[in-house]
Design a protein around this ligand. Structure first.
Ligand code: SF4
Length: 484
C-alpha cells in the first residue's frame, strides 16, 4: 500500500494487515447491509472532471454516532471517478477494489460486492473515535487514489437512509445487469486470452481465479471485459492476461495456458483446472462466490444456494454458511463449487457434468432470480425447498417428475452419457453396498466433506457426515455384517 498522508488524520489504523479482519457480533457496534438490510456499492465513471468534487464525501441518512449500538442499517456507497486514462469499462474493476481498500481499515469489516455488501463496524473502532462514515469515505478515497493513480478525481455519496438506499439500489441493479448482459454475447472460443485475478489471494493464497467470456468471476464483479480493461490500465496489477494456449478439453474448458497459470498462481498446489466442470478439476473458490453448489451423491445430482438466500437449509441439511465453509479457502474441492450468478447464463454452465440436466435442487429465491437462464424443459424438474426438504423427499420428487438423473444424464453438447441413473439400482434391492456407493459417485471419487450415504433407500441406511475433514484413503473395503 502506498503510505497515505491521510493516515494520521483518522482515529483508526489503515494497513493491509487488517484485510480479512472479522468483526464478530459480540464486538459489533453496527451492521450495514448484509442479510438484514439492503446495501450496494457502485462506481460510476464521470467523463467531465469538473463535475467531481474531489475528495468530498456526502452522507444521506443517520451517521455512526446517531446509530444504536447493535443496530442494523441500510448502506449504499456510490463513488464517482474521473481521469484521462479512465473509461467506462473500468467501473466494475474499481468497484471491486472497494472490498480490498476498506478491508485495510481497522475495525471496519467489508465483505462481498455489488448488492451483497455486508459491513460491520466494531465497538473498539467507535471507542477509539470513529464517529462518522465520512471518515471511512475519506480514508477510502485516499486509498483508491494512492493505489490507482489513474483515478485523478473521486468523490463519494454514502447513504444510510433505507428508503433512499432501496431507490438507488434499483438503479444500481440496472447498471449491474447491463454490464452482465454485455458479456453474454462473447464466448471462450472468440478470444485468445483469459484473465487471472489475484485480488483474493490475500486471504485465500492458493486461489486461482480465471475470468473467461463464458465464466464470469465467481464474485460476480469481474467480467472478461472488465478484466481486460483492468489489465490494460494496470498491467502490474491483479488482472494479468492468461494466453489460452492449446485447448485440451473443449467440453470441460481445459487449456494449457490456464493450467500453467494455475501452477504459478497456486504456488504449485494445482496444475489443472477445467473451467466448465463441477466434479473433475473444478475451478478453485475463494470466499467471495455469489452462489455455492454442492454435489448430492445419494442422487448423483447438484444443488445450488446463494448468499443471502431466505432458505434456511438445503436438502443436505446445511445452510448456505456451512456449505460456503466447505467451498471456500482457495481450494479445488471436488463436490463443492463457488460461482457467480452470471455463470448460470453461460451456454457452457457445468457442461462437463451435464449442465442443467444435472441440477436437482435450487433455493426457490435463486431459482426465481435466474429463471430465464433455466432451459424450459428443466424448469419443472428442478426442486426447491417447497418441493423437498431433505434427500428422501427430493428423491421422491425427482422420480415423480422423471428428472434426467433418475435414468442417467446425457450431455447435450456431445451426446455422452455422464451418469448411469439410479432407477435400475433401486429396483434391484440386493445391490451390494460398495456398488451402491460407486454408482453414487461415478466421477467424484475422493470426495471429502460431503454428506454421504447409500444411493438407494435400504433397510438400514447409513449416513456419514464428514465436516471440515481432510481425508486421504488409499483403499476402502465395505463388507456385509458378519462377513470376514
Ligand atoms: S473472487 Fe476472484 S475475480 Fe473476484 S475479486 Fe476475488 S480473485 Fe478477483
Amino acid at each position: 500500500m502506498g503510505d497515505t498522508e491521510a493516515k494520521a488524520e483518522f482515529p483508526f489504523d489503515i494497513n493491509p494487515m487488517y484485510e480479512g479482519e472479522r468483526v464478530r457480533k459480540s464486538g459489533m457496534y453496527a451492521e450495514l447491509g448484509g442479510v438484514n438490510k439492503p446495501g450496494f456499492e457502485l462506481v460510476l465513471f464521470e467523463p467531465d472532471p469538473a463535475k467531481i468534487n474531489d475528495g468530498e464525501v456526502t452522507l444521506i441518512g443517520p451517521d455512526i454516532e446517531d446509530m444504536e449500538e447493535g443496530g442494523a442499517y441500510a448502506y449504499g456507497m456510490i463513488y464517482r471517478v474521473s481521469g484521462e486514462e479512465l473509461e467506462k469499462d473500468l467501473e466494475a474493476v474499481i468497484e471491486r477494489r472497494d472490498h480490498e481498500f476498506q478491508g485495510y481499515i481497522q475495525g471496519y469489516m467489508h465483505l462481498n460486492q455489488r448488492a451483497e455488501i455486508w459491513v460491520r463496524i466494531s465497538k473498539d473502532a467507535v471507542k477509539k473515535g470513529l464517529k462518522s462514515l465520512k471518515q471511512i469515505g475519506e480514508a477510502t478515497i485516499s486509498l483508491f487514489k494512492a493505489e490507482l493513480p489513474f483515478i485523478e478525481k473521486m468523490d463519494a455519496t454514502y447513504i444510510t437512509e433505507e428508503a433512499e438506499v432501496i431507490r438507488q439500489l434499483e438503479e444500481a441493479n440496472q447498471i449491474y445487469e447491463a454490464r452482465d448482459v454485455r458479456s453474454r454475447g462473447l464466448h471462450d472460443e472468440d478470444v485468445d486470452e483469459f484473465y487471472q485475478c489475484s485480488l483474493c489471494q490475500s486471504f485465500a493464497p492458493t486461489n486461482v481465479c480465471v475470468v473467461a467470456p463464458d465464466r464470469t468471476a465467481l464474485c460476480g464483479a469481474m467480467s472478461w471485459f472488465d478484466s481486460r480493461a483492468a489489465a490494460r490500465v494496470d498491467p502490474e496489477g491483479p488482472n494479468a492476461s492468461i494466453p489460452k494456449g492449446e485447448c485440451i478439453d473443449p467440453i470441460g474448458g481445459e487449456y494449457t495456458g490456464v493450467n500453467e497459470a494455475a501452477v504459478k498462481l497456486s504456488g504449485g498446489e494445482y496444475d489443472s483446472i477445467k473451467l466448465h466442470s463441477f466434479l473433475e478439476k473444478p475451478h478453485t473458490s475463494c470466499g467471495c462466490f455469489e452462489v455455492a453448489g454442492f454435489y448430492i451423491p445419494e442422487l448423483d445430482g447438484i444443488g445450488w444456494v446463494h448468499r443471502g438466500s431466505k432458505v434456511s437449509e438445503t436438502p443436505i441439511g446445511l445452510p448456505f454458511s456451512t456449505v460456503a465453509g466447505s467451498v471456500g479457502g482457495g481450494k479445488q474441492v471436488r463436490g463443492f463449487l463457488g460461482i457467480g450468478i452470471q455463470y448460470f447464463y453461460s451456454p457452457k454452465f457445468i457442461q462437463y457434468d451435464g449442465g442443467w440436466r444435472r441440477v436437482v435442487w435450487m433455493a426457490s429465491d435463486l431459482k426465481e432470480r435466474v429463471g430465464d437462464a433455466i432451459p424450459e424443459e428443466m424448469k419443472k424438474l428442478i426442486a426447491t425447498e417447497n418441493d423437498a426438504k431433505d434427500i428422501e423427499e427430493l428423491r421422491e420428487f425427482l422420480k415423480s417428475v422423471n428428472h434426467p438423473v433418475v435414468n442417467g444424464v446425457t450431455r447435450e453438447v456431445d451426446g455422452t452419457k455422464v451418469t448411469e441413473g439410479w432407477t435400475k439400482a433401486e429396483e434391484e434391492k440386493e445391490v451390494a453396498p460398495a456398488a451402491i456407493v460407486e454408482a453414487a459417485v461415478p466421477v467424484a471419487q475422493g470426495l471429502a466433506q460431503v454428506p454421504m450415504g447409500p444411493v438407494m433407500a435400504s433397510e438400514a441406511p447409513v449416513r456419514l457426515i464428514l465436516k471440515d475433514a481432510d481425508i486421504s484413503i488409499g483403499k476402502i473395503i465395505v463388507k456385509r455384517k458378519g462377513e470376514k
